[in-house]
Structure formats: C-alpha cells, structure tokens
Design a protein. Structure first.
Length: 225
C-alpha cells in the first residue's frame, strides 16, 4: 500500500486527510487498483465513464477528434492526477473525450456514489473529499478556459504566449516547461516543425531563448503585451 499512499499524498482529492486514514477513505469509496498497459484505451468517445480514477504511476492522455478527424491532445495526466470526475458527477452517458495510456500505468478507480447519493455513510472524511473534489473540478474548469484561449488564437505566436502566461516565471525570466517539444505541439494543436520554426524566429528576434524544456524570456513585454 506504500506506493498507493505515496500517490494519494500528491493528489488534491485527498488533501487534508491524515495518511493513517487513507485506508478508511479507500474502503468508503471502494478503491480498486488496476494496471493498464501502454496504448490501452480506458475510455472511448461516446462511451459512459462509470468510475473516476487517480493515476498512481505512468501517464494517461486525454484527447478528442477535430472536425477534420485529427486526434487533438487536451491534457496529459501523471501521478496524482484525477480523471473522469466531471463525467461521473454530471452523470453524462456519452463521453466527448478519449483517454488512453501513454505507457504502462497504474490507476486507482473510485466509486463516487457515497459522495453523490444521499445515503448513510460512517466515513467522517466524506465531506473533506467532496470539498476537494469541487476544488479539483474548479481547477479543471480554469484549465479548459486556458485551453479555449489558446485555440482561439489564430497566430501560433499568440498560442505560445497564452501557454507561457499560464506557467510560473522566475525573477530572471526563466520558464520551465511541463512537457517536451512534441507534447507542447500537441497541446497547442500545431505541427511540431511549425512550433520549432516559430520558436527559432522568436529567438532570432530577441524575444526568448530556449534549451530543452527551459525557456528564457528576454523581452519582458512579450508576456504582458
């Protein structure tokens, strides 16, 4: 259980719950750990998501298809991230997204019925988990808002700017990206080569420099203009 509890410590859903009570919460929510092999599709577009989950290890990808049939990456979920909570809480029967495993992944599946239904429940941490769930869904709404802002930009440079605006900037202008170049291109819904060309042009213009997953902002007005 050590690895499960370690992942739960990194998950906002269990924030404020003593570690010695994790097992009680797992019993209350009927927690079940499953191993998902690489390239396995956990949820297909149009399917019903019956149980939310927490990534224990590995990485899941959330994606959807554009009108021209291209698979667009919406988000990548690593250890401690929750998925499927919005679909379950909305009781939606048809998923608008697809979820698949980018590598072998361990998932903790949960049952939210004790949180959603009016039923007797002896778990004293049910309200804490419910409050955390609302915060998690709020963060998800903010994430989707940023994603919509990115996709609303016609120019690639503006998509890059909106993405960077959502990341912490060090006093010296350094930004550490959360993903590699290919993942960033997927996130911005652009071709990787086009992204590389645009970053190269921005470097030549003295706006920024980049090395691996580190970007140095040279023009302080770029992110504020």
């Amino acid at each position: 259980m050590g690895s499960i509890f370690a992942a739960m410590r990194r998950c906002q859903l269990f924030d404020g719950i003593p570690e010695e009570k994790y097992q009680n919460v797992l019993n209350c929510l009927h927690g079940e750990v499953r191993t998902v092999l690489k390239d396995t599709v956990l949820l297909r577009i149009g399917d019903c998501q019956r149980r939310p989950g927490v990534v224990m290890s590995g990485t899941l990808r959330i994606s959807l298809y554009s009108e021209d049939g291209n698979l667009l990456t919406i988000d990548r979920l690593s250890r401690g991230r929750v998925f499927g909570e919005t679909l379950v809480c909305s009781m939606s029967q048809d998923s608008p997204i697809q979820i698949d495993a980018l590598n072998d992944t361990e998932v903790l599946y949960l049952d939210f019925d004790p949180l959603l239904l009016q039923q007797e429940n002896g778990c004293p941490y049910r309200m804490r988990v419910t409050a955390n769930l609302l915060q998690e869904m709020g963060r998800g709404a903010l994430f989707l808002n940023q994603k919509m802002r990115i996709l609303a930009q016609n120019r690639l440079r503006n998509r890059i700017k909106v993405y960077l605006q959502g990341l912490p900037v060090a006093p010296n202008g350094e930004i550490r990206l959360e993903m590699g170049r290919g993942e960033m291109a997927d996130y911005l819904c652009v071709d990787r080569s086009a992204l590389s060309r645009e970053l190269g042009r921005m470097q030549k213009e003295g706006i920024l420099t980049y090395q691996g997953q580190v970007i140095q902002i040279l023009d302080s007005e770029f992110l504020t203009a």
